[in-house]
Design a protein around this ligand. Structure first.
Ligand SMILES: Cc1ncc(COP(=O)(O)O)c(C=O)c1O
Length: 372
């Protein structure tokens, strides 16, 4: 025997089904199990959610995975670990709905909520003493800034060893970044994005090596009824098998299209993450760009000029998408909050899928030309 790569381990079937020995796990579309079954009741566990979780653990190198209905559920479940009056730190650049959720929970539990730009070393040093939980994405949504997980973890745990470091790793995926290896306690995902890859299923998953925390999360999932449904788990497990191929394709098409967009005088800045080869080893297909200052309100005209790109809320999938964070992913934030985050109307998100790359270039060229 030899030590296999996480991808090889992920691909194999993890749970066995007595007697039938199918090559892949079929859908267990049932709510109830016999009293002798370890699954008990689908609100507690189901072979499909367990199979998806095992595949995720293999990919992430984690000892626990807890699968839930959506990415927001994953964040919500982890937030349940914070108690009344404790101190929560979040990063400044973060998905708009997460930002709103942190504010709502902070209000309800009377938490101290501190917002820091953790991509800056001087702000890492401002992590307050006694802080109980720190939540951030890296690369961040928007702007794809890098946060040094190890530095944040060292600083926080030096002051409070029990501080939970929570990384939303949705945009990096475990193929390109493994937060637990850098001192995070939790690595969580919206499985709706790359893990699905086809805009046809919602899901979330939480990975941790902390067994006690995992048990709490499972209990919380059981009592709140937040478990991933068997069909969603089956679809996600199936899609996971092509994740490495899809991510490699996202990477190459995105590099090519970023180089192409760089040539446009109508674009002021393209945001692409810093692939340092240590914490982040590669990247997928979501980028941002800013239109140049002299264009007045160009987004709608640009979007309407595109023919190949879809405009739905989907991203990280097989088809290309265009979106404006101001009116989309960050719409739930107030004008003031958006201004503080620099989410303005000239910021555009592009997700590159697998259409013919020359068609994508032609489409972008024509839409940009319509603005000139
Ligand atoms: C980084 C990030 N985390 C979490 C979420 C929420 O995930 P879901 O839509 O599956 O609830 C999103 C959704 O866009 C996201 O971009």
């Amino acid at each position: 025997m030899f030590k296999k790569s996480p991808i090889t381990e992920m691909l194999k079937t993890h749970i066995s089904i007595d007697g039938a020995d199918p090559s892949v796990v079929p859908i267990f579309q049932n709510s109830a199990f016999e009293s002798t079954s370890p699954y008990f009741y689908t609100r507690k566990a189901n072979p499909n959610s367990s199979e998806f979780e095992s595949a995720m653990m293999a990919l992430e190198g984690a000892t626990n995975a807890v699968s839930v209905t959506t990415g927001m559920t994953a964040i919500n479940l982890v937030l349940n670990e914070i108690k009344v009056g404790q101190h929560l730190v979040i990063n400044k650049d973060i998905y708009g709905c997460s930002y709103k959720l942190f504010q709502r929970v902070a209000k309800k539990l009377n938490l101290d909520l501190t917002v820091l730009d953790l991509s800056k070393e001087e702000e890492i040093s401002q992590i307050p003493i006694g802080c109980s939980m720190i939540v951030f994405e890296t690369p961040t949504n928007p702007f794809l800034k890098t946060i040094d997980i190890k530095k944040v973890s060292l600083k926080a745990k030096q002051q409070n060893p029990d501080c939970l470091i929570v990384v939303d790793n949705t945009w990096a995926t475990p193929l390109f970044q493994r937060p637990l290896d850098f001192g995070a306690d939790v690595s969580l995902y919206s499985a709706t994005k790359y893990f699905s890859g086809h805009s046809d299923v919602m899901g979330g998953v939480i990975l941790t090596n902390n067994d006690l925390l995992a048990e709490n999360l499972r209990q919380e999932r059981f009592y709140s009824g937040a478990i991933l449904s068997p069909f969603s788990a089956w679809l996600l497990r199936r899609s996971l098998q092509t994740l490495p191929l899809r991510m490699a394709a996202h990477y190459s098409v995105t590099v090519e299209l970023c180089n192409f967009l760089k040539e446009s005088k109508l674009i002021k800045k393209i945001y692409y993450p810093d692939i340092d080869g240590k914490q982040l080893t590669s990247y997928g297909g979501i980028i941002f760009f800013e239109f140049s200052d002299d264009l007045e309100d160009p987004y709608v005209k640009f979007r309407d000029g595109l023919n190949v790109f879809g405009t739905g809320t989907g991203m990280a999938c097989v088809t290309s998408m265009v979106a404006q964070p101001y009116s989309g992913s960050h719409a739930s934030m107030s004008e003031k909050e958006k201004e503080e985050m620099r989410v303005h109307k000239k910021l555009v998100r592009l997700c590159f899928g697998f259409e013919d790359v020359e068609d994508l270039k032609r489409d972008l060229s024509l839409a940009l030309a319509s603005l000139a």
